[in-house]
Design a protein around this ligand. Sequence first.
Ligand SMILES: [Zn+2]
Ligand SMILES: [Zn+2]
Length: 73
Amino acid sequence: MSRDETETPWWLEPGPETCQHCQGTFHYEAGYHCFQCDSPICPVCVVELHETRQVSCPDCHAQADISNDEQSG
Ligand SMILES: [Zn+2]
Ligand SMILES: [Zn+2]
């Protein structure tokens, strides 16, 4: 008996793609591409926009958040 098998699903195992946000590697099929900057995003860093059903990277998502600054007059 060997315990070589891990509980890690295949889409979280290291792959040929590199995430620019966590420097982690992932499988192309399991990853996403930011609809704004088209950079590869791993399943861990991806941000899903429920309103538009698009996926965004943490950077673009943060910028969108900042630009949403409220202005009181
Ligand atoms: Zn990542
Ligand atoms: Zn982006």
